[in-house]
Write a protein that binds this ligand. Structure first.
Ligand SMILES: Nc1ncnc2c1ncn2[C@@H]1O[C@H](COP(=O)(O)OP(=O)(O)OP(=O)(O)O)[C@@H](O)[C@H]1O
Length: 614
């Protein structure tokens, strides 16, 4: 992708301490049987005290950024603890709000609330839409809002917007961004659009009844709201701000929850991830820890950015007044007290688009053809389909003279900057220019080949990858979107370079081309070069270019359209791309997890022959 990541205030030393609020819920069960009253009480808007278990005549006092007493409304919590951090995400910075505390203490009530008393999540999303609407058009930015929603259940990352999906991988790119390849990312047009998607997805969350809570969350739920703003200018600056809204599962004491069997297993996973969270906080506070154990649980890996990272973070610690919660409350308050010492370093995440990019990194992360900004959604979605079916169109756009102009403009812009990153920026631009020239050379070659009207050798094989013909077998829905390299009727290898197309689509159930051309004795390597040598070199090169193009720009669906690339492999390719950038050559594919030399050869053969079959 021809984008140059920049950090606009990368040199800034600005820090932001994790803000900690404590919310005490009212009694929901009968007052303690022994009439003991609450074990904890507020002193003022920042201070509270809890009975000292070592000496019941004493109390232990705590000071926090905010204390919300039993009478606090949902609106109060939102206004004082959450609303102030939201404007940051419109400026390309990250923010996170997470609810922590014992089971039954009110985390879900705080984050989700009810229809009558909506919690932080609906209020925050509505506010994000309000902030975007309030932006002045003349500032020259287009805004796009999108969402992803997942839960971590028994150490598995599950997509709540696509409940049938399996455990998703967590990756980190070279800029330390945490990514989840394959996670659904949906563009939102309004708050009611959000509501329509969020409410049913929330019902997918794993909950169950325990002795302490009728409807206890058995997973950590993480809602991600992403705001992308793109400048309407020749060098399009793009800033991406992410808001994480997290409802953690409650810490549990299984002697009191009465958990057994599956509940006990869930509880083990919940407590383990919360224990790791506590270790992370300890390591951050110690200042001397060699390693912060983010990787020890999926939860901490995902929250890495919010604790000791680059987000503006707010932790709402929920506690309960009942005596039976005493030790849970005590533990939660100690955790909250140490969390408030954590310091983050928020910065703006910005990229400068120097080419007419069709799909951003975020869309790849989402694994779909999501487009931004949302105002252009439909148009761009169509474009996404066209891209897949028409690689030559892609090359054409890359070879527009304006692309080089943009590069030069960007270069000039950067030359002005005298910061210490100046040299690396210039190097990067140089690299982009070289890539651009390479694309242009390919473009010329491809358009020459495509224009060869009389050339029986090239005419059919280099036609843009197309949708099915009206008279062929109807492919399933997914095939209709996935254009590249679907198997067509097998042509004998020796004829491929000289025979005019007589393609007929086959369904996925039919044998793949690779199966048909596999040598029966299995000695693939021996025959490897022989099939290639029977093809015209230019045709072969053209096909390889197409495959490389799909590998570098294809979204999840498009990658799965390649021969021998299933869901898992496609995600691994997306993950690899997020971390390493482009595949400079096809052989780089061997570096993707699970891809051996043999598999690579077989992949190449299947895809080249398949493309030619078209
Ligand atoms: N501030 C509040 N005002 C009124 N009711 C509340 C409040 N906080 C929590 N509750 C009620 O207390 C009960 C438990 O709350 P909730 O389910 O939010 O706890 P939780 O911390 O999310 O628990 P778990 O970790 O088990 O999911 C619910 O019936 C909820 O409606």
């Amino acid at each position: 992708m021809a984008q140059r990541p920049t950090v606009s205030d990368g040199g800034s030393k600005k820090t932001s301490r994790v803000r900690v609020a404590v919310r005490l819920r009212p009694y929901v069960s009968r007052q303690d049987e022994k009439g003991e009253g609450p074990c904890v009480r507020g002193l003022d808007s920042q201070n509270l005290e809890i009975i000292n278990w070592r000496n019941a005549t004493e109390t232990v006092k705590y000071h926090f950024d905010v204390f919300h007493g039993e009478q606090t409304t949902q609106q109060d919590v939102f206004l004082s603890s959450v609303k102030p951090i939201l404007p940051h995400i419109l400026n390309g910075q990250n923010a996170s709000v997470f609810a922590y505390g014992p089971t039954g203490a009110g985390k879900t009530h705080t984050m989700l609330g009810t229809a009558e008393q909506p919690g932080v999540i609906p209020r925050a999303v509505r506010e994000v839409f309000n902030l975007v609407s309030a932006k002045d058009e003349n500032e020259g930015w287009d805004y796009s809002i999108g969402m992803s929603y997942l839960e971590i259940y028994n150490e598995k990352v599950l997509d709540l917007l696509s409940p049938s999906s399996q455990d998703l991988p967590i990756r980190e790119d070279k800029d330390k961004n945490i990514l989840i390849p394959g996670l659904t990312h949906t563009t939102l047009s309004s708050f009611s659009d959000f509501d329509k998607q969020f409410v049913p997805a929330t019902l997918n969350r794993t909950t169950a009844s325990t002795k302490l809570n009728q409807r206890s969350s058995r997973s950590h739920a993480i809602l991600l709201i992403k705001v992308v703003r793109t400048q309407r200018a020749i060098t399009q600056r793009q800033q991406t701000g992410k808001l994480y809204l997290v409802d953690l599962a409650g810490s549990e004491d299984n002697r009191r929850t009465g958990n057994q069997g599956i509940r006990l297993k869930e509880s083990g996973a919940i407590n383990l991830s919360l224990f790791t969270l506590s270790k992370v906080v300890d390591a951050l506070n110690s200042g001397t820890a060699v390693r912060v154990p983010y990787r020890d649980s999926k939860l901490t890996r995902l929250l890495q950015d919010s604790l000791g990272g680059s987000a503006h973070s707010v932790m709402i610690t929920n506690i309960a007044p009942e005596n039976k919660y005493y030790f849970d409350t005590f533990g939660a308050l100690n955790f909250a007290a140490k969390s408030k010492l954590i310091v983050n370093k928020p910065f703006t995440r910005e990229t400068v688009a120097v080419l007419p990019v069709k799909r951003s990194r975020e869309e790849h992360e989402a694994g779909g053809c999501v487009t931004e900004p949302h105002k252009k959604k439909q148009k761009d979605e169509k474009k996404c389909e066209q891209d897949a079916s028409s690689p030559s169109a892609h090359y054409h756009s890359l070879s527009e003279p304006s692309v080089m102009d943009r590069l030069i403009a960007l270069e000039k812009l950067m030359m002005v900057s005298q910061d210490k990153n100046g040299q690396s920026v210039r190097n990067e631009i140089q690299e982009l220019k070289e890539k651009q020239r390479e694309f242009e050379r390919n473009s010329v070659l491809l358009s020459q080949l495509a224009n060869e009207k009389e050339g029986p050798v090239f005419h059919n094989t280099l036609a843009p990858l197309q949708r099915k013909q009206p008279n062929v077998t109807k492919p399933n829905k997914q095939q209709a979107v996935v254009q590249p390299l679907q198997v067509l009727k097998f042509q004998p290898v020796q004829q491929l370079a000289v025979v005019k197309k007589q393609s007929v689509c086959v369904t996925k159930k039919e044998k793949k081309l690779s199966d048909l051309v596999e040598p029966p004795d299995g000695k693939e390597n021996a025959k490897e070069t022989s099939w290639e040598s029977q093809l015209d070199t230019s045709v072969l090169d053209g096909s390889k270019q197409k495959i490389l193009h799909v590998l570098n720009t294809g979204c999840l669906k498009e990658l799965k359209g390649l021969q021998q690339i299933g869901d898992k492999k496609a995600k691994l390719i997306l993950g690899w791309r997020e971390i390493h950038g482009r595949f400079t050559k096809l052989e780089d594919l061997i570096n993707v997890e699970g891809m051996t030399q043999k598999r690579f050869s077989s992949f190449m053969k299947a895809n080249i022959l398949s493309a030619m079959g078209k």
